[in-house]
Ligand binder design. Structure first.
Ligand SMILES: Cc1cc2nc3c(=O)[nH]c(=O)nc-3n(C[C@H](O)[C@H](O)[C@H](O)COP(=O)(O)O)c2cc1C
Length: 181
C-alpha cells in the first residue's frame, strides 16, 4: 500500500518544538509527512531533526512546479491564536494559510491543536473561529490531553511543559478515523 500524504502545519508557539516527533510518529503510522511552518514557527524548528521530511516555506513562484502532492489529511500543531482566527476568517495571505483555507474548502480531513493562553482565548474572535472550524468539520484537539470535546487555555508559564507531555498519537488516530468515515 502506498503511504498517504500528511501536511503538518506548524505555527509559532512552544508546541512547535515537537514537530520532529510528529514527523517520526507520522512515518511510523504510514504517512508521508510534509512540514509547512509559518514564519513565526521557524525559530522552534531550527534545532530539530526533521529527517527527510520536506519543509515547505513561502509561496512557489509562478514558473515553479508544484512542490507537494495533494494532502490526504492535515494536522495543525500547534495552531496559534493568529493563524486559527485568520484561517476561520478565510484569510490566505501566507502559504500556510492558503494551505489551510484550501483544506477547509475541499473538506480535507484536518485536526488542529489550538495553543493559546487565556488572555488571548478570552478574545471573542477565538470562540467564533473555533465554531466556524468545527462547523466545517475540523477536529479540535486539546494540547493537554488530546480531548476532542473540550479545550483548555494554556496556563501562563506552562507552554514548554504542555509541549513536553503532548502526544501525537491521538492526532493521528483522529485523522485515521476521519479518513475512514
Ligand atoms: C516565545 C513565544 C511564545 C509564544 N506562544 C504563543 C502561544 O502559545 N500561542 C499563540 O497563539 N501565540 C504565541 N506566540 C505569539 C505568536 O508567535 C505570534 O502571534 C505570531 O504572530 C504567530 O504567527 P503564526 O500564527 O503565523 O505562527 C508566542 C511567541 C513567542 C515569541
Amino acid at each position: 500500500m502506498t503511504n498517504r500524504t500528511l501536511y503538518i502545519v506548524v505555527c509559532g508557539a512552544p508546541l512547535a518544538s515537537r514537530a520532529a516527533d510528529g514527523v517520526k510518529a507520522a512515518r511510523a503510522n504510514g504517512w508521508d509527512p510534509y512540514v509547512i511552518p509559518t514564519e513565526a514557527a521557524l525559530p522552534w524548528l531550527a534545532d530539530q531533526d526533521l529527517g527527510d521530511a520536506p519543509v515547505i516555506t513561502g509561496n512557489r513562484t509562478p514558473d515553479q512546479p508544484r512542490r507537494t502532492p495533494s494532502p490526504d489529511a492535515v494536522a495543525v500543531v500547534p495552531a496559534t491564536f493568529n493563524t486559527l482566527n485568520a484561517w476561520a476568517n478565510g484569510n490566505a495571505h501566507t502559504y500556510p494559510l492558503t494551505i489551510l483555507c484550501a483544506a477547509l474548502g475541499s473538506r480535507t480531513p484536518t485536526v488542529a491543536v489550538p495553543f493559546a493562553k487565556s488572555d488571548l482565548t478570552g478574545h471573542p474572535a477565538w470562540l467564533a473561529s473555533l465554531a466556524v472550524l468545527r462547523y466545517a468539520g475540523v477536529g479540535i484537539s486539546d494540547p493537554h490531553d488530546g480531548s476532542s470535546t473540550s479545550l483548555a487555555p494554556v496556563e501562563p508559564g506552562t507552554g514548554e511543559q504542555v509541549a513536553e507531555t503532548f502526544r501525537w498519537e491521538p492526532i493521528l488516530s483522529q485523522l485515521e478515523a476521519r479518513l475512514d468515515s
